[in-house]
Design a protein around this ligand. Structure first.
Ligand SMILES: Cc1ncc(COP(=O)(O)O)c(C=O)c1O
Length: 234
C-alpha cells in the first residue's frame, strides 16, 4: 500500500481498493478497505464473512463519496429519499444483513481460528523448498492476514493437485487459473510474464472453519510425501 500510495500521490490518482477478501486484514495497523477513496468488501458466500447470496459493502472516508454510493446502490435515491441521479439496485436485503450481523459477532474468533490453521500449515510445510508459503501469521507486525485463503506457490503444481486429489484432498486454483490480463475478451494487451509464471504455480490448500487441526497435518503430509519429505507427526 505504501508503494501504491506513492504512485497515486505522484500522479494525482485516487486509490479504489478491492478488499473483497480482506475484511479484518490490516497493514501497519490500518484496516484493509480504509486506504483509498473507497474500498469494496464482498459478502459472497465463499468469503470469510459470507451471506447466503450476493452482498457487499463499500467503505468510504468522505461524506460526498458516501452520498454518491448511497445513490448508486438504490436507484439514484439520496439519503433523504429523493431521486437525484441514475443508479442501480445494489441494496443489501434485510435477511442477508441479519445473517451477516449474526456472524459478525463471532468474527474475531473466526479470524483467530483461520490464523491458527495457517500457522499449522506453516509449521508443517515451511521446510519444503519446492513451495513458497504465505508469511506465517505472526511473522511480521506490519501485516495482519485473515487467511481468507491459504494459497501457496508450488513447483509441479498440477501434478501436486492431482496427487492431493488421489489422496482425498480437494484444492482450488483461484480464478480458474486465469489472470485478469489473460482474459481474452476484456481488451487488455499488457504482457505480464511474472504474473503468467505465478499463475502456473498458485494453489489453494483447504482453509475453512470445518477443518480440524489433524486434517491440516494430513494435507501437509500428503504434500510432503509428494516432494519426498518425511511426514510431520503433530
Ligand atoms: C478480490 C476480489 N475482488 C472482487 C470480487 C467480487 O466480489 P462480488 O462477487 O461480491 O462482487 C471477489 C469475489 O469473488 C474477489 O475475491
Amino acid at each position: 500500500m505504501d508503494s501504491l500510495q506513492k504512485i497515486a500521490d505522484a500522479h494525482g490518482l485516487m486509490i479504489l481498493e478491492d478488499a473483497a477478501q480482506a475484511l479484518g486484514s490490516k497493514f501497519k495497523g490500518r484496516s484493509a478497505s480504509t486506504f483509498g477513496v473507497a474500498g469494496a468488501i464482498s459478502f459472497y458466500p465463499a468469503k470469510v464473512l459470507g451471506c447466503f447470496g450476493d452482498g457487499g459493502a463499500v467503505i468510504v472516508q468522505d461524506d460526498a463519496v458516501y452520498e454518491r454510493i448511497v445513490q448508486l446502490r438504490d436507484h439514484g435515491r439520496s439519503s433523504s429519499g429523493e431521486i437525484l441521479s441514475w443508479g442501480l439496485n445494489s441494496r443489501l436485503d434485510n435477511l442477508q444483513a441479519a445473517l451477516l450481523d449474526l456472524q459478525f459477532r463471532d468474527y474475531d474468533s473466526v479470524i483467530a481460528r483461520r490464523r491458527h490453521l495457517a500457522g499449522l500449515y506453516h509449521e508443517c510445510l515451511s521446510d519444503v523448498p519446492e513451495l513458497a508459503l504465505p508469511p506465517a501469521p505472526a511473522s511480521d507486525p506490519d501485516h495482519f492476514d485473515i487467511f481468507q485463503n491459504y494459497e501457496i506457490e508450488a513447483t509441479r503444481r498440477d501434478e501436486l493437485k492431482a496427487y492431493l486429489k488421489e489422496h482425498g484432498v480437494g484444492t482450488l486454483i483461484q480464478w480458474g487459473g486465469v489472470a485478469i490480463h489473460q482474459l481474452k475478451h476484456l481488451g487488455i494487451t499488457q504482457d505480464l510474464p511474472r504474473t503468467d509464471e505465478l499463475f502456473t504455480r498458485l494453489l489453494m490448500l483447504p482453509m475453512n472453519m470445518s477443518l480440524q487441526d489433524e486434517e491440516v497435518v494430513y494435507v501437509s503430509n500428503v504434500v510432503r510425501a509428494f516432494y519426498g519429505r518425511a511426514p510431520r507427526n503433530s
